[in-house]
Ligand binder design. Structure first.
Ligand SMILES: [Fe+2]
Ligand SMILES: [Fe+2]
Length: 319
């Protein structure tokens, strides 16, 4: 048995989130507790307990009041809240998981999401938010968005996972609706903060490596379950439709627009730091607009979701 870190979990060789989530196949049998112990604490996280290389300095301009500070604090507070909610909600999948491998996998995902919340909160402290005021500060940065976006999503997920104890439904809610839609924002963040706040970008990179596993294993669980129980398909399609309808009603485009506008203003002030860095091949970050970045993340989200739905045999949900 090999004891080296698998390529998809190694910091240096893992693909980016888009490639990994669209092209890798991982199952709960691959990613059980033993895999996780070997790959994550001893692999991805080795030497990066706080999510990034220790000693990586936070540039002074990131701590100064202004649009860049507002952009990062609002974004990271919101994402810390989202990760915390994900950890709490998906814990309900553990008692209803049908076999040992999937039970162990969801235990590890609970830990991963709790850890993501921890490192996002940690970055807020690094940015100068006093630890003792962290909860209040996060509420100030992102409380309104939590109420309008995260709380309704949480209620939707709790109904399926906690109240109905629907394992397959919960896996689908997580894989298609919640993570599938939040993951592209993580990919965008990793790219856009790379020059301005390298620690933030590393935190995003680490979270993205975990998200590859969450999305691919979730999709594999859904696919296998539907092969074994095709009679469950109508129920799952109904959950996806309800989830997508809810998603459409949430003011997420408005949040992303505000986030990118703040980033745009902040980037303009520190364009020299960003330099010629390309956010994607052939496109300098400094030349991008808020709309362009938002469109890219929306496109990634749509493409990734479509690929996963087709893989699970749920292409009908796309029409
Ligand atoms: Fe996460
Ligand atoms: Fe995740």
């Amino acid at each position: 048995m090999t004891e080296t870190t698998p390529a998809e979990a190694s910091w240096d060789t893992a693909p980016n989130l888009l490639d990994g989530a669209m092209n890798l196949t991982l199952t709960p049998q691959d990613c059980n507790l033993r895999y996780w112990l070997q790959s994550v604490p001893l692999g991805t996280l080795r030497g990066r307990v706080d999510g990034y290389t220790p000693g990586l300095p936070i540039p002074e301009y990131m701590r100064k009041p202004g649009p860049l500070y507002d952009a990062i604090t609002k974004e990271y507070a919101f994402r810390a809240m989202a990760e915390e909610k994900a950890a709490r909600v998906l814990a309900y999948l553990v008692p209803v998981a049908p076999d040992i491998d999937s039970m162990e996998f969801y235990v590890t995902q609970v830990l991963d999401e709790a850890r993501h919340a921890m490192v996002f909160r940690g970055h807020l402290v690094e940015l100068g938010v006093p630890q003792v005021h962290l909860v209040d500060a996060m509420e100030e940065f992102a409380g309104a968005d939590r109420r309008t976006i995260l709380d309704p999503l949480e209620d939707f997920a709790l109904d399926v996972m906690r109240d109905k104890r629907d394992f397959l439904g919960g896996v689908i809610v997580l894989t298609v609706i919640i993570e599938g839609a939040l993951a592209p924002a993580a990919e965008l963040s990793e790219r856009k903060w790379r020059m301005l706040d390298p620690a933030a970008s590393e935190i995003d990179r680490g979270a993205a490596i975990d998200e590859i596993r969450h999305l691919t294993v979730g999709a594999a669980v859904g696919r296998q379950h539907l092969i074994d129980h095709p009679e469950d398909k109508p129920r799952v399609l109904a959950i996806i439709r309800d989830g997508m309808r809810l998603w459409e009603e949430l003011p997420i485009p408005d949040l992303l627009q505000r986030r990118e506008q703040l980033f745009q203003q902040g980037m303009a002030q520190y364009a020299d730091v960003v330099g010629d860095y390309e956010i994607w091949p052939g496109r300098r970050l400094v030349d991008t607009t808020a709309d362009e970045r938002q469109d890219a993340s929306h496109r990634w989200s749509t493409d990734m979701k479509a690929a996963r739905l087709r893989y699970m045999g749920l292409a009908e949900a796309l029409t």
